[in-house]
Ligand binder design. Structure first.
Ligand SMILES: [Zn+2]
Length: 265
């Protein structure tokens, strides 16, 4: 009994804390003229998508370092395609989380300008976000590495085995996602740099900020005087330079923000 009551007390304590975070977050947004959001894998874990690029062995059957290593892919594309036929198809069935919907609403209400994401799962677009910069590409398209012919990556994944050979030249078809050992798409990086150099508020959600160059973006923004918010469960590499850090469950936080915004009407 005693411990049950204690749990209830701490639960309402956490709710109050998240409500305070959410209210302050909305004030920061309203006081800014140019807010930009950077999202990482943490915003998609509530949609059931594990962190693809983490080394924590989330996939027992596949070695993520091997799956997304470009040299390994060129040597043995079957390894990647076996993974993709299972895991990426599963990912494409996922639904946006409260965080994706909350960010789409912030854009619609002109409270944020753009989202820069490290995710490849297209969930921001599914939730209705328009201005999304994808630093690691996405899973919708693929190209032949030789003749550059474009393919619908989802069609390839749904096709028979060994459909990763180009119909025109017979070379390898590679999805438009950034593998380990590859540089980021130049255009997307340029857009991201423009955004962080222009913003007066940068918000990081669901990233521990260890993968560069994405993790450098908040540093550029703060060097120019932008305020810097982090909403993440657990430590990040840039906690010490943040204006405010909201260490909490992202899904609960986003639901609370959505509630507060709808109460305002
Ligand atoms: Zn080709």
């Amino acid at each position: 009994m005693e411990s049950a009551r204690k749990n209830e007390v701490s639960k309402s304590g956490i709710q109050r804390l998240i409500r305070n975070f959410a209210e302050e977050f909305i004030r920061f947004l309203k006081n800014s003229k140019y807010a930009v959001v950077l999202t990482g894998a943490g915003v998609s874990t509530d949609s059931g998508i594990p962190d693809f690029r983490s080394e924590n062995g989330l996939y027992s059957k596949y070695n993520v370092n091997k799956v997304f290593d470009v040299d390994y892919f060129l040597r043995d594309p079957k390894y990647f395609y076996n993974f993709a036929k299972e895991e990426i198809l599963k990912m494409l069935m996922a639904e946006p989380s409260a965080t994706h919907y909350m960010l789409a609403k912030l854009e619609k209400e002109s409270l944020i300008k753009a989202i820069i994401t490290q995710n490849i799962d297209l969930l921001h677009q599914k939730a209705g976000s328009q201005n999304v910069i994808e630093l690691h590409g996405n899973v919708s398209k693929a190209h032949c590495i030789q003749c550059k012919k474009e393919y619908d990556f989802i069609e390839i994944l749904n096709g028979p085995q060994n459909t990763f050979e180009c119909k025109t030249c017979g070379d390898l078809i590679k999805p438009d996602i950034v593998f380990f050992g590859e540089s980021l798409p130049e255009n997307e990086l340029k857009k991201a740099l423009y955004l962080v150099n222009s913003c007066d508020l940068i918000i990081v959600m669901g990233s521990s900020l260890v993968v560069h160059p994405a993790a450098s973006l908040p540093i550029y923004a703060t060097n120019k005087g932008a305020k810097f918010l982090i909403i993440n469960r657990g430590k990040t590499a840039l906690d010490s330079i943040s204006t405010r850090k909201y260490d909490c469950n992202l899904n609960e936080f986003s639901k609370t923000v959505l509630n507060l915004l709808s109460q305002e009407g």
